[in-house]
Design a protein. Sequence first.
Length: 359
Amino acid sequence: MREGPRILAFDWLRGLSVVVMVQTHALALLRPELRAGALFDRLQALDGLVAPSFTFAAGFSIALVQVRGARAGQRARRVRRTARRIGEVLAVACLVNWMWFPVFREPAWLLRVDILQCIGLSLAAALPLLAWLAPRPRLIPWVTVGLALACFLVAPLAEGVTGLPSRFVNVSSGSLFPLLPWAGYVYLGAAAGALAAEGDRRRLTTWMLALAALGWAVHLCRGLWEALYPPHAFWITDPTNHGNRWAIVCLAVVALLWVERRVPASFARSPAVRFVNVFGTSSLAAYFFHEALLFKRVFGLSFEALWGGRCGWPFYWALTALLVAMTFALSWLTDRAYRVYDRFVSEATAAPAAYGVQA
């Protein structure tokens, strides 16, 4: 049975986020005195939407495939495949930590929660719930939006957690993307994924507008949050900040859904859109390759080693374009390899049934 049409708007959201992410991390190439001013501040505001977009898109995908799998009678198969994908995310997350930290001498570095660990752990926590609710997709948005609000509203209180749990729920131990509040974006995305699986684009758009309004309402309640919570890090855990971010991400989704619906089919096949699609469908590979190219010394060379902290704006943009192009090439090759692997697995799985052998 066909899984249903691919919703390109979310591939585009993820793909555009990858491009901005590369630009964000490439700011390490700028001279220190240029990391201030109007242009830098505008880039920082845009860059602050990358992690919310990534985690939102991850939640969307996991809910979409679970609901479609349940509808196709392939619920268990979808859960296994999703669990494998989550394992890949966590494996790459551990690999990235190994690249930066002495994980064999100090294994505690493996518990450092960066964006990949956050996404992997958040998806692992959400998978059992979404698999259970998959036959009842209309219930998923209400449950997941409630869980998202809980993540955002509890986050300021989690700053006081100590010991081992602190590695997962706050930044006190060096974790950059604690599950509180960042798992909230996964649950918001799951609400969108369940709605998208129903096939009603108008209802999906209505929900995205409602979520944007909810986020803006949370953003406007800054005085309430200041009265309710003890002092906390505004840019990390404050609901005001995250309400603004998720409102913008939801409005971006609405805009991309409009573009997908209105533009001719030839637009989706244009080189620019295919370029974004590669990043959208191979975002994990893109994350790993751009980090390695930018920071990891391969034969003693890396972008950061050659040009870190020494670039003006023109040279920075030229190097960023080169880094994006190299990341694209490696991601495209990875995407091709995945397609061959998936085809091989599908054929191997289908072969016993073709000969009347029970798997």
